[in-house]
Design a protein around this ligand. Structure first.
Ligand code: GLA
Ligand code: GLA
Length: 687
């Protein structure tokens, strides 16, 4: 379902959440620090704190000895200053006694080596002991705090990820496969293309998870294993929330998602589109490397926009920024501080794309261990006077003026399709260019034009409803099941416009190629048959002639046989020179475009410009501006809330063609407006 302009409140709060991970369990011997925290919380305009994320060894220092008094008083103290609590279940890290007494909780890696105790996020999700221990702990937390007026939300575990290959997980995987293949080993062998390298199994017990010292090239197995890991993690999660759902049915549940930091691409170890269905609210931890030395600020901002639009679209409602840093992190290659102004700008960008919170990791900087130099609201100087604290307070003050934005959505006419299974299958595929598949990065390239023009985009997954969109962009959908193909066909038949690219519709959901050429439904819809894909060396170049000019082509060129399409672009060089490269085909009430090659940025601008005109795709609230400025809008029935953001290092002038009110300063604005380097203005306009 696409969002409407009705508000969707995901928690009981009617204000923007501001605050973050608070780890008082590190400071219980320092009552003066805990008292100071309360003062600083108020001073910084913070209102919400995530508690207990890594507190298991404080909550249960010895097996069966529980200590909740400290947490009682922390929660009461936060409540006393009007704050709210996001209470975590502590399963992200285990106490040492548990690993020592029950070694089955320790994860076994893909080389079948059992890990020692240490670190975090490294548990066996199948282990009955770990499931029992977490269930017991979570029930106690829900019983004790479920009715506390400060409790806003549950934060289940922390950044679920990774996989365990122990014997218990192997058994669980085999059981999962038996269900999937209805106890039919032949069906499994057929799906996994068993006779290849003599890999036909004669008994279920022979099947093992992929391993560098064993099997890792059976693509059907690889894909099923990834699916199993997602399902097993969700099953562990469901075990964690059983008592919580029973005792606190009205308190929303989230777990914090992640993204790759360098390219801001979706986290790969779990299929979040499946996980999303089990959560009330999507939340995620964003750590973009602002001011890096490999891209412009605007380019990074575009990628942040993309991933936000994906995570928001998973539930088509506002999401929460669960963690971010007010300054630097401690785990980038270079841990550069956010320059003055960037903290407010980068925070407002999250809100602009649908976040109803700005939360940090962490409230107070640790004194010891690996995160002692990770940015935090309160530094080791314990001061409210330093630059970072002041920038955080500015964000708090700004968020305080945005309460009416809470719950507002971002309706969009354009959707880009992202699919985790496709990402995995493409990564597994031995073929094409091993370094150049870049599936999510390709999606970002298609997203770019819309971002530059402030046209709202949903980044959706394959099971979501396509029908409300005018334009659906489907780059590199290598793995496309019969079902997905049928859904795309229906979308076009009903009047939708679809854009597909090279390397699409190659394998089905078992990672088996389609036989007899391209799927007949795709041939009908696109009016072409892609017959050969040429992979280029990094230094190779080709070009496509389109709309009277030439656009550079790198990496991939698909040779197309034309049946009924209009050829709107042709290759310029090589043995397929002058053959179709870009096509457009009328199919029933809709239109289907195919882009055969990987083309430069300017091609996407010019190509999509045509569709933007034809389909009347528009920014919600038109503001004329130059490159590097982004205007993202949230809407309710009465108003549009436009976040006008300068992601450049220069002053920019924008032009507002309406009467707007600055939500922060209260000023009425229209006409030209100057934006300083990194400045953001938040405007309300009657919708
Ligand atoms: C070797 C092997 C073949 C095949 C090819 C692929 O020659 O003997 O089975 O894998 O490599 O290039
Ligand atoms: C992750 C974790 C936090 C913290 C931060 C540091 O997001 O969830 O506990 O380690 O990284 O950036």
């Amino acid at each position: 379902m696409m969002p409407t302009n009705e508000k969707t409140y995901t928690t009981a709060a009617r204000f923007m959440l501001h605050g973050g991970d608070y780890n008082p369990d590190q400071w219980l011997d320092h009552p003066e620090i805990l008292a100071e925290d309360l003062k600083l919380m108020k001073l910084s305009g913070s209102n919400t704190f995530s508690l207990g994320i890594f507190a298991w060894s404080t909550l249960e220092p010895e097996e069966g000895q529980f200590h909740f008094e400290w947490l009682d008083s922390i929660i009461d103290n936060i409540a006393s200053i009007g704050g709210r609590v996001i209470l975590a279940t502590p399963s992200g890290a285990r106490p040492a006694w548990m690993s020592q007494k029950y070694p089955e909780v320790l994860r076994v890696n893909e080389s079948r080596v059992q890990q020692l105790h240490g670190g975090r996020h490294n548990h066996c999700f199948t282990s009955p002991v770990y499931r029992e221990k977490t269930a017991k702990m979570n029930r106690m937390l829900a019983e004790r705090y479920g009715k506390h007026p400060a409790l806003l939300m549950w934060h289940i575990s922390n950044e679920y990820g990774g996989e365990c290959h122990c014997d218990k997980c192997q058994d669980a995987f085999r059981s999962w496969l038996k269900v999937k293949y209805a106890d039919d080993l032949k069906a499994l062998n057929d799906s996994w293309w068993g006779p290849f390298w003599s890999h036909t199994f004669s008994d279920w017990s022979q099947i093992e998870s992929p391993s560098p010292i064993g099997e890792n090239m059976v693509h059907g197995l690889n894909l099923d294993w990834k699916r199993f890991v997602t399902d097993q993690t969700i099953s562990f999660f469901e075990n964690e929330v059983t008592a919580i759902k029973e005792l606190t049915p009205d308190i929303p549940i989230t777990t914090n998602f992640m993204a790759d930091t360098h390219d801001l691409i979706p986290f790969q170890s779990l299929d979040y589109s499946k996980f999303a269905k089990h959560l009330d609210v999507i939340s995620w931890d964003a750590y973009p490397a602002w001011h890096n030395d490999w891209e412009t600020t605007a380019n990074l901002a575009m990628k942040v926009g993309f991933i936000n639009d994906l995570y928001r679209s998973l539930k088509q409602q506002p999401f929460l920024l669960m963690e971010s840093t007010p300054s630097a992190v401690n785990w980038h290659k270079v841990n550069k501080a956010k320059r003055p102004g960037m903290h407010l700008l980068s925070s407002m960008q999250m809100v602009a794309h649908g976040s109803d919170s700005i939360l940090y990791f962490q409230w107070r900087k640790s004194r010891g261990s690996s995160e002692k130099f990770h940015g935090a609201v309160v530094d080791h100087d314990n001061s409210a006077e330093n630059r970072v604290f002041k920038e955080v307070s500015k964000v708090g003050e700004t968020l305080g003026k945005l309460s009416q934005v809470v719950g507002t959505n971002r309706p969009a006419d354009v959707a880009i399709l992202y699919d985790w299974e496709n990402n995995w299958a493409l990564d597994h595929a031995q073929g094409y260019g091993s370094e150049t598949k870049s599936y999510p990065q390709t999606l970002q390239e298609h997203y770019r034009t819309f971002w530059e023009q402030d046209i709202p985009v949903d980044v959706i997954t394959k099971e979501q409803d396509f029908s409300g969109y005018k334009l659906l962009v489907v780059p590199m959908l290598y793995l496309a099941s019969e079902r997905t193909i049928a859904r795309l066909k229906r979308f076009v038949a009903d009047g939708g416009t679809v854009v597909m690219t090279y390397i699409s519709g190659i394998v089905n959901e078992y990672d088996l190629t389609y036989l007899g050429g391209w799927h007949q439904d795709l041939r009908d819809v696109f009016g072409i048959n892609p017959v050969e894909t040429d992979t280029l060396y990094p230094s190779d170049r080709n070009a496509v002639h389109y709309g009277g000019r030439s656009y550079e082509l790198t990496d991939y060129a698909t040779v197309l046989e034309n049946h009924s399409a209009d050829v709107v672009g042709t290759y310029e060089q090589d043995f397929y020179a002058e053959t179709p490269a870009v096509t457009s085909n009328r199919y029933e009430k809709g239109e289907a475009y195919y882009i055969g090659g990987r083309l430069e940025e300017q091609f996407h601008r010019d190509f999509y410009q045509g569709l933007i005109r034809e389909l009347s795709l528009q920014p919600v609230f038109p503001i004329a501006h130059g490159p590097g400025v982004s205007v993202q809008v949230r809407q309710d029935a009465a108003q549009d809330y436009a976040f006008v953001m300068n992601f450049t290092e220069q002053e920019q002038t924008v032009s507002i063609d309406a009467k707007a009110k600055d939500l922060v300063t209260g000023e009425d604005l229209s006409g030209e407006l100057a934006l300083a380097k990194y400045e953001v203005r938040i405007l309300a306009v009657n919708g």
